[in-house]
Design a protein around this ligand. Structure first.
Ligand code: NAI
Ligand code: MG
Length: 359
């Protein structure tokens, strides 16, 4: 049966990079490797400009009715003066909440061809392949009570609450273990169990849940050490699973080990396996409309979509191999350009991936 993809191109470079990802989907569809139907809708600043709402009800409904959402990026200086509730970024948060996307998958991998893009020594990062699984709908970003008050003394008092239900920990651990089963079968659960009771429980639940996964090698690390280890010897990790806030910080750190913001995809999944897929970078207003943005993070997001939501792992493998091939050919967009390589624009890069897929 045909799977439904909702395409939300968004703002800035969003439409440019999404157009290249659609070329890749079209190429796979044309040869019968996948069976999808695509529909487009507005989100972010584009939606605000159209109807005054960064997440129109029709867009959320269409997202709910699809198997997967492909998102470009949202936001830009044009909408910064708007009230928080009208900002493009609210569209993203609304989609995450509305679809119940509790599992954020943030791979950090470095194609060996790009080892010189990192600020770390090539031998530390070349061939890096870590998957960070971040809990996305709970923890301190959502916990109640929260707020800022003025005490009787006149001093201000601010507070947020870090809280997790056992069931929330269990389901994110399951996602991490299921992914690890398809990779190196090693999971490092990151917590602060020496200081925070809730993460002491996190550690217990991680261990209990692992009983269903006898092949998984589970380890534990405090978050401060984990951040240090990520920079010292990142290749020791296979899958990392952690709370919303720790994952936010660690995944940005891990992404930057690769030095190339235009290369990294991400996925956010719900309990039904429905997912939203997007590059980790933003709308890059500084280069929007010039045809020079790197479309590979978005194309690799399509690979994740095929693997995790559309049951087409083989096609996903082929996209990743095609990306590796164009890098072997020496093609580079400006953000990953280095000496001796050939600089290409957004569309030329997309076309090269399609050609490599077909070859
Ligand atoms: P950004 O990721 O858009 O850009 C940071 C730098 O990386 C810029 O110099 C940009 O040109 C470059 N860059 C990003 N993607 C690239 C690509 N594919 N190819 C080549 N170069 C690329 O982050 P920034 O500048 O902090 O944010 C710009 C806007 O994007 C803001 O409105 C922000 O709120 C929004 N944003 C949206 C996100 C999303 O939609 N998920 C995530 C992050 C930021
Ligand atoms: Mg972040």
């Amino acid at each position: 049966m045909s799977k439904k993809i909702l395409v939300l191109a968004g703002d800035g470079i969003g439409p440019e990079i999404v157009a290249e990802a659609i070329k890749v989907l079209d190429a796979l569809q044309a040869e019968g490797a996948i069976d999808v139907t695509m529909e487009e809708a507005l989100v972010g600043g584009a939606a605000y400009d159209d109807c005054g709402d960064p997440l129109p009800a029709a867009t959320l409904e269409a997202a709910k009715a699809s198997d997967a959402v492909l998102l470009g990026a949202v936001g830009g200086p044009k909408w910064e003066p708007l009230h928080f509730s009208k900002r493009p970024e609210r569209g993203l948060l609304g989609l995450r909440a509305g679809l119940g996307l509790f599992a954020n998958l943030r791979p950090a991998f470095l194609y060996p061809q790009l080892a010189d893009a990192s600020t770390l020594k090539p031998e530390i990062v070349s061939g890096l392949d870590v998957m960070i699984v971040r809990e996305l709908t709970g923890g301190i970003y959502f916990g109640e009570p929260r707020g800022v008050e003025t005490l009787e003394s006149g001093e201000r008092y601010g507070y947020n609450t870090l809280c997790y239900k056992e069931s929330e920990v269990k389901r994110i651990c399951r996602v991490a273990y299921d992914i690890a089963m398809k990779r190196g079968k090693r999971v490092c659960s990151v917590d602060k169990a020496n200081v925070l009771e809730v993460t002491e429980m996190w550690r217990e639940v991680a261990i209990e849940t692992a009983a269903d996964y006898p092949e998984i090698e589970l380890s534990h690390m405090y978050v401060d050490n984990a951040s240090m280890q990520l920079v010292r010897a990142p290749k020791q990790f296979d899958v990392m699973v952690t709370t919303n806030m720790f994952g936010d910080i660690l995944s940005d750190c891990a992404a930057m080990l690769t030095g190339s913001i235009g290369m990294l995809p991400s996925a956010s999944l719900n309990a039904e396996g429905q997912g939203m897929y997007e590059p980790i970078h933003g709308s890059a207003p500084d280069i929007a409309g010039r045809g020079i943005a790197n479309p590979l993070a978005t194309i690799l997001s399509v690979a994740m979509m095929l693997r995790y939501s559309l049951d087409a792992g083989e096609a996903a493998d082929r996209i990743e191999a095609a990306v590796s091939k164009v890098l072997d050919q020496g093609l580079r967009t400006g953000d990953i350009m280095s000496e001796g390589m050939r600089q290409v624009g957004t569309a030329e890069m997309g076309d090269a991936v399609v050609a490599a897929l077909r070859a």
